[in-house]
Ligand binder design. Structure first.
Ligand SMILES: NC(=O)c1ccc[n+]([C@@H]2O[C@H](COP(=O)([O-])OP(=O)(O)OC[C@H]3O[C@@H](n4cnc5c(N)ncnc54)[C@H](O)[C@@H]3O)[C@@H](O)[C@H]2O)c1
Ligand SMILES: [Zn+2]
Length: 691
């Protein structure tokens, strides 16, 4: 075991270094989660060996410093940091030590940088960063360019007012800034917090002025004003003097409501006008705040609850490439598995070789991995400070990893590369089969990646054209689809293989639109396929269409039109269609086809809102709803004065009673078909005689 003393010294040095990178250079080398973990370890060491807790320990100091670029300003009242809570238990522990508290002020923790404003005689005199808590950096000239911050206060404001708050950059402004930095060939900011800090801490105020910074107050320092009882009242006063206060603040009676606030805000973590990394709970009563006091680093009357990190560090083990369904070759990073935003991540796309070069990530790098909520994980970039010396840059392969064919640009001069061997490249074929089997296409449940691989590897299928010719004797030739029957010692089909054959047979009768999706024509996905299938109701009609005819269809652009014509110009593509047809697939909408019929239905219910209660003969609940929609009507779930008619499969129940009370016409469910054919005429005269 390492000696606690040397571990403490090592950690303290690393933390001080990280703080310098973060606060002074605005260019962190660690994620906040790694930093917080180091601080937690240091705190634990000091709890075990209290004499390590010296005044110069990072746990006793407000991180940050004054850089040589700015003049030093002494704050009138020192600026503090906040203690952290990472769990409900931490918050409960903090709350239990407060004594009696009648109200908590809940605030969102704005991920920006702290700023101190001093107004003298109602004029902004000095604006300073937090610095080491006692001395900050004079950034007054820059702050004068921030529109949210008033330069003068109204006559009823006090003579002396020191307020604290957070400068932040809205996420949209951050994204726009990074785009312009990329365009100018400059380094991007890692996150909105660093971009706000980097934008405020500029030598040239014109740069700050161009950066769309915003500000909310979250504390009061020295003031000559009338004393108030609570922090929330102080905010109200600030607001009255024109200072901006967060609209997300809430005063609650106690802990349960505060925990509910924490949960509620987490659900909206990415919806606010600023990034947030948690919630700050404060004792609202200012007299209680004074009783509780502060440590050298943070007040005891407040706590910052931090949400689980969305950015973590991990090792990039390798960069692999994958050939997709349309031949596009995509690099992706393989990482040491790591938990981020609640799930374990080991792979993330890097999109194309250009992205890899732009981010300059190399196998062997420590990288920042980001996953926000349900968003796809992203490799943000390398931690350059941790890069081993001489680590070589990654090079994009020149040949397809699946079939060895030389790669070409997707379009001339394009960043993306593709494998031109569309017909037999195993990777493309496998992806096409998998796509063809998806629910949006032919919905062949047992045809997953493994089955697709087995069909290709065994040579039973050379391309998707062969699929519907498969019979039991074919599948018997592949190990994947067979097993040895223990009794007869004969090779027999597995249950899944039998299911595959049944599914394939069923798939032949799917509507044309499903086949259209199954063809993997570039740009024709499940969204646009119904539009194309309606305009060209068979594969023959579509194959005969010209670019002009296609482009005339509303919702079909020139790119899509060209892509369809190009697809049908390829011999082996047309051969797929013919093989499917020969195997019994329909590939056309018959006039009586259910989906075709729905499209053709007359819009008899336009402007009508229909509610259905009880069962309608011949329809499922959803089926009745769909029929209403297909005839141009609105299907509602409950009866109101806006309801045009209630279709009642029973002559009782709350909907029935409500319709009666409101005088909404009621139509017996047996007459639903009349409603679909003749609209409002079906119930005219049926309105009950209520007033
Ligand atoms: N990545 C790194 O290398 C690195 C280095 C140093 C610090 N950090 C990050 O900074 C944190 C420590 O910084 P800190 O000491 O500023 O503490 P903190 O960010 O955890 O909390 C204190 C700060 O929160 C801010 N804040 C935002 N909203 C607030 C609100 N509504 N009310 C009150 N204050 C609010 C204030 O500016 C205050 O100074 C670490 O936990 C880490 O996340 C990261
Ligand atoms: Zn290939």
């Amino acid at each position: 075991m390492t000696d606690p003393r040397s571990r403490h010294a090592e950690l303290a040095a690393q933390i001080n270094d990280a703080r310098f990178q973060y606060y002074v250079l605005d260019n962190p080398t660690l994620t906040d989660a790694s930093f917080d973990a180091m601080m937690a370890e240091l705190t634990a060491l000091e709890e075990a060996v209290p004499e390590l807790r010296t005044p110069d320990s990072p746990t006793q100091q407000v991180g940050g410093a004054v850089s040589a670029t700015f003049a030093e300003v002494e704050h009138l009242v020192p600026m503090m940091s906040l203690d952290n809570a990472f769990s409900t238990a931490d918050v409960e522990h903090w709350y239990s030590r407060l004594g009696s508290v009648s109200a908590l002020l809940c605030e969102v923790k704005i991920d920006g940088l702290a700023l101190d404003l001093v107004y003298r005689d109602r004029r902004l005199a000095v604006a300073a960063t937090r610095g080491d808590g006692r001395f900050g950096e004079d950034v007054t000239a820059n702050v004068l360019t921030i529109a949210d911050i008033p330069q003068t206060l109204p006559a009823h404001a006090p003579d002396l007012l020191e307020v604290r708050g957070e400068v932040f950059m809205p996420p949209a402004a951050f994204a726009a800034l990074n785009e312009s930095l990329i365009a100018a060939g400059k380094a991007q900011f890692a996150n909105p917090r660093n971009s706000a800090a980097g934008s405020l801490r500029q030598k040239d105020p014109r740069v700050t002025a161009s950066r769309r910074l915003r500000f909310y107050c979250h504390g009061i320092g020295a003031t000559s004003g009338e004393p108030v009882a609570t922090q929330s009242q102080a905010y109200a006063a600030l607001s009255g003097w024109g200072l901006p206060i967060s609209p997300h603040n809430e005063v609650v009676p106690g802990l349960p409501e505060a925990l509910a606030y924490i949960a509620r805000q987490e659900a909206h973590r990415h919806d606010l006008e600023h990034e947030m990394d948690g919630v700050v709970l404060k004792v609202d009563d200012l007299a209680r705040q004074a009783d509780l006091g502060s440590t050298s680093r943070a007040p005891r009357w407040a706590i910052a609850f931090k949400y689980p990190p969305e950015e973590v560090n991990t090792k990039l083990l390798s960069i692999e490439v994958n050939t997709g369904r349309t031949g596009r070759v995509t690099p992706f990073g393989v990482m040491e598995p790591v938990v981020v935003a609640g799930s374990t991540v080991a792979m993330a796309t890097l999109h194309n070789a250009h992205e890899v070069a732009r981010k300059d990530v190399r196998p062997g790098d420590t990288v920042v991995l980001r996953k926000a909520g349900d968003v796809i994980p992203e490799i943000v970039g390398p931690v350059l400070a941790l890069r081993p010396a001489g680590l070589p840059a990654w090079a994009m392969p020149t040949h397809c990893p699946s079939c060895g064919t030389p790669l070409v640009e997707v379009r001339e001069g394009d960043k993306d590369l593709r494998c031109p061997n569309t017909r037999t490249c195993p990777s493309q074929l496998r992806e096409r089969l998998f796509h063809l089997a998806s629910r949006a296409a032919l919905d062949i449940e047992v045809l997953g990646w493994q089955a697709a691989d087995a069909l290709l590897a065994s040579g039973l299928v050379t391309d998707e054209g062969d699929l519907f010719d498969l019979g039991p004797e074919d599948l018997l030739r592949a190990d994947f689809f067979t097993r040895i029957d223990p009794k007869s010692k004969q090779r027999v089909l597995t249950a899944n293989a039998t299911k595959l054959l049944v599914n394939l047979e069923a798939a032949k009768h799917r509507p044309w639109v499903k086949f259209l999706v199954a063809l993997s024509i570039r740009h024709i996905g499940k969204g646009v396929a119904p539009i194309v299938a309606r305009a060209f109701p068979s594969v023959d009609a579509l194959a005969a269409a010209t670019v002009e005819e296609l482009a005339q269809v509303e919702g079909v652009g020139p790119t899509l039109a060209a892509s369809v014509v190009e697809w049908f110009a390829v011999d082996w593509h047309r051969a797929i269609v013919e093989k499917w047809r020969a195997a019994g697939a329909i590939l056309a909408d018959e006039p009586a086809d259910a989906e075709g019929a729905v499209e053709a239905m007359p819009a008899t219910l336009t402007g009508l809102t229909v509610v259905v209660t009880g069962s309608v003969p011949g329809y499922t609940r959803d089926g009745a709803k769909e029929a209403i929609l297909a005839h141009g009507g609105k299907a509602a779930g409950s009866v109101s004065s806006k309801t045009s008619v209630l279709v009642a499969g029973e002559s009782s129940g709350s909907k029935y009673a409500k319709a009666e009370a409101l005088g909404v016409p009621i139509l017996p469910a047996e007459r639903f078909a009349d409603l679909l054919t003749s609209g409002a005429a079906a119930y005219a005269g049926d309105a009950p005689a209520a007033e």
